[in-house]
Design a protein around this ligand. Sequence first.
Ligand SMILES: NC(=O)c1ccc[n+]([C@@H]2O[C@H](COP(=O)([O-])OP(=O)(O)OC[C@H]3O[C@@H](n4cnc5c(N)ncnc54)[C@H](O)[C@@H]3O)[C@@H](O)[C@H]2O)c1
Ligand SMILES: O=P(O)(O)OC[C@@H](O)[C@@H](O)[C@H](O)[C@H](O)CO
Length: 515
Amino acid sequence: MQPIAIFSIVDASFRRSRGLVTIATNAAERLRPLGEADPGREVLPVRILQVGAGNFLRGFADWMVQRANDAGVLRHGIAVMKATPRPELVTGRLTEQAGMFHVVLDGVRDGRPFSETTLVTAVQSVVDAYREWDLCRDLMREETLSLVISNTTDAGIVYTPDDLSAAPPASFPAKMTALLHERWSHFAGDPRRGLSFLPCELIEDNGATLRSLVVRHAREAALAPQFVDWVTEHCRFYDTIVDRIVPGLPEPEAAELRASLGFDDRLIVRGEHYADWAIAGGPAIRDEFPLDRAGLPVRFMPDIRPYRERKVRILNGTHTAMAAVGPLLGCHTVRDAVQHPAVGAYLHHLLQDEVLPSLPSEDPEELRQYTTAILDRFRNPALHHLLADIRLNALAKWRTRNLPVVLDAWSQGRRADLGIFAFACLLTSYAGAFGEMPVRDDETLVAGLRSGFDATHPDRWIADFIASLDWPELSDTATAARLTAETGAHVRALLANEPAHALQTLLAGHEAKSP
Ligand SMILES: NC(=O)c1ccc[n+]([C@@H]2O[C@H](COP(=O)([O-])OP(=O)(O)OC[C@H]3O[C@@H](n4cnc5c(N)ncnc54)[C@H](O)[C@@H]3O)[C@@H](O)[C@H]2O)c1
Ligand SMILES: O=P(O)(O)OC[C@@H](O)[C@@H](O)[C@H](O)[C@H](O)CO
């Protein structure tokens, strides 16, 4: 077995070592503070496997681990695994930068601009599942390893038939199954070597779903029943819900930040100061990963489902709606949308009249304050959160974040015109009704929308599109018919007038009906 190699700034040569790391020889130069001495970086035991190294994990989980390490609460090194086959700059840069990068948190505190910068040095190694699968397997033989943190987007925790003997298996759950099997074999089923999974994907029951997929892959591959028992009894899969807005950082702004920091850091991530990590677990995970004891915003609780639902419906659902409606009225960023007179009013009514009534709460005032705080976060002057980025895969997001609000409203005898208006905006703009806008969504669905589009007879087009959706929520004929009819009405209004006019008319009618 190859030993795990680590980045160390103390090792100024950053030579390629025998183990997990490919290290650029000039990494120390690239990250050294201009004119300052080598900070003398500590070598940490690798306790965390991190799957993915996107903006969010860097600005949230890595930031938390770093803060807890700095506070002396943890001494955790992170091994990052690149788990997608496509070429990607981030992990390459991470290797070049010896695993280090800056997290800049910007916002307003006590009415004044507030900014805080953290240099993350916790990442000790980077492995590529597609080029270095053997090294990923070696990592599983490390005694110190105890946690797996992932963010593979909403598309990562899914079942597809897979080959566990491939190098690597294709899907994230199948990769985890193969790696866990390696660990189980190496440690001869030792119960103490089970791992704790903290998935950050925003899907419902993320931990439980990942566990069920690992067990399914193990059974389908006819792995030993003792392995399945070890997974279910000695590995722990926690449901978690994460919250921190971490938009991508476009190059002109990134260059400014690099200049102001004095580091040639190509992986700077910028986000808001607010953060919340709710983990469905008790004393065991809290003792294993006591981030809260370092003053970090992490909560351990028996059931996170209510928190997840309100966060996804209020924050992410509002993001999805504004990303559908805002660009049609000239808004480019989240702040543009909340500050736009008509779009802002639309979002206010969407939240007050459709989203909040869909969320049962013992403390409505607390829920209102939570909502107000989210709208304030959307106004953060330091962040330029592009609606175009949030529109990525917006059809699936509307389905998981907005459609449940619509269906709850209907089942409670209320209307949900505003949520459906967002769907109509999405469909018409994807079809090209308002000129060419960049579309990054399910290619089959978008092709269907475009080929069938008929501005003069939109009803048939909408009916065909909704009938083509393989969404179990619409399997009931009456529900599908109602969504078709109501979306069709909004589409006709959008096509007959400018979107701004359609929105004004919708709001005027809505306000007239509101109590
Ligand atoms: N950025 C935020 O503000 C924020 C906040 C909370 C949650 N999230 C969630 O994070 C995700 C987006 O992350 P980001 O903003 O860091 O984007 P990003 O594009 O920077 O990173 C996405 C990461 O996911 C990895 N990935 C994608 N598909 C994968 C797969 N099938 N298997 C393994 N890895 C896979 C990519 O390699 C990359 O590392 C979304 O699902 C979002 O809901 C983002
Ligand atoms: O990242 P997405 O594309 O799934 O969703 C866009 C935003 O709604 C999301 O990233 C939020 O900023 C985040 O969930 C805040 O915690």
